[in-house]
Design a protein around this ligand. Structure first.
Ligand code: GRF
Length: 201
């Protein structure tokens, strides 16, 4: 049985492509029912169109409020009968009302080992702090930024000569493995969110 997943993105869409590839290869029992963006010219949206996936774009700047924007997104998700949402570089915080529409069914990927370095430019923050290890985190989404129960993490070393760019590339390689793996586990195994973590049976 194939689960209907929506991708929400604002940018280049490499995590979206990693998820899509894993689904196409049959590694994740899901299909992308809709790709949503708040940025009309997002490269990820163009990639989705070229793959002939259903797409919608709702530029948030055209809306009067967060809830007006989210109402449009929610309507599109319902129309597409979406069951799970994967945020893939979606640069908008979701309201608690939105999150409550998909309880424990929204995932995000963040380029650090949370709770270190939430928010923007996590890779630059890691270089700045001089940490020797960083990585990526897949987590369930709540209404706080980069915050919900952790599903999976992958670590990478930080080298002395790293800058934000070189470190981002090393982390991104791991993101592309971690995100499909985490989604697969959530869709195929028994699990529950227990405090700060997702526990698999
Ligand atoms: C990734 O680094 C992801 O961890 C973060 O935003 C970036 C999106 O990259 N949330 P892409 O658009 O998936 O290539």
């Amino acid at each position: 049985m194939s689960v209907k997943v929506a991708i929400l993105l604002s940018g280049r869409g490499s995590n979206f492509l990693a998820l899509h590839g894993a689904m196409e290869r049959g590694e994740v029992p899901a299909e992308i029912a809709l790709v949503v963006s708040n940025v009309g010219e997002a490269a990820g949206l163009a990639k989705a169109r070229s793959l002939r996936l259903p797409t919608v774009s709702y530029p948030h700047r055209l809306e009067t409020s967060r809830s007006a924007h989210e109402a449009k997104v929610l309507k599109a998700l319902r129309n597409a009968k979406v069951e799970w949402i994967c945020l893939a570089g979606y640069m908008r915080l979701l309201s608690s009302a939105f999150v409550a529409e998909f309880p424990e069914r929204i995932l995000n990927i963040h380029p650090s080992l949370l709770p270190a370095f939430p928010g923007l430019d996590a890779q630059a923050q890691a270089v700045e702090w001089g940490v020797r290890v960083t990585g990526c985190t897949v987590h369930l989404v709540d209404d706080k930024l980069d915050h919900g129960p952790i599903v999976a993490q992958r670590a990478v070393p930080v080298h002395d000569d790293d800058n934000a760019l070189s470190l981002s590339a090393r982390i991104l390689t791991e993101e592309h493995k971690a995100y499909p793996e985490a989604l697969k586990r959530l869709l195929t195994e028994r699990w529950r969110a227990q405090g700060r973590r997702v526990v698999f049976a």
